[in-house]
Design a protein around this ligand. Sequence first.
Ligand SMILES: [Cu+2]
Length: 294
Amino acid sequence: MIGPIKRTCIQQTGPFLILCLFAVLVSSCAIQPISGETANAQPSVFSMPARIQIALAHSPSGTADLQWSAMSHTLMVTIAVTGLAPKSTHLAHIHTGTCRSLGQIVSTLNPLVADAHGVGMSITMIGNVMAGIPTGRWRINIHNGPTFATGLDARPIACGTIAGVRTTTREVQSAHVILASTISPDENVHGMAQVQRMDQTITVTLSLSGLVPKSMHMAHIHAGTCAAQGPVLFPLQAVVADALGNAMVVTRITGHTLLPQQWYVNVHEAATIAAMMTPQGFLPIACGDGSSLS
Ligand SMILES: [Cu+2]
């Protein structure tokens, strides 16, 4: 019998055919909690064990580039961030203070708008900036949502200090800013993922720290990369933090031994599948790129 996915595959060509066949393969896989020891009885595709360890780092991350003209007194701010929730929108500001203790808003930047892969851009031209770019006094801050409606929306998810201002020519100043983790809840999470393939089972062990104590988070293996996100391949066991904000969770994916060339481990802010439906819940908080286990 030909299933609906296989029927669709017949109409595909080239890379779409490969993706389609991979979807068929994935659709036949099952997840086993660590307590369940039985695997689906299928012929082994690979008999060699393989194991890799990947670092899980804070997400989202990116850069801001500033350019100020002494002639026009304009300041152009270009922000590029990856690891956002797909198709999400984010308030962005220049603040006084520090990333640990943000002060007043100096300028409201155009909201960062993410594409389907979680890649967000924002370009803002600010007029009447008379004194140039100050070093060490301004921060670029990205919020989790398009409004300050709730705490989760307003939460800073990436921040960086405007420093290292260069005078490119007599009339132009520029600065390059790294946008990284913040002190917001779940916005400085890091750890490791160990992914091991043995016969018909892929075992994924996540160890994380920096989570909100006792918080819970959806986690998956996705196709793509942290910087160009794609669809879910396998759900992982939910990450549950202990009283210190650490978590260790093991998932066994049975009946399957293949991963595509590009895949990544993604830990989301949301505790439930329902909460993942909003961009603010989907928000990746820790991410790590894998490579093929084949
Ligand atoms: Cu996911």
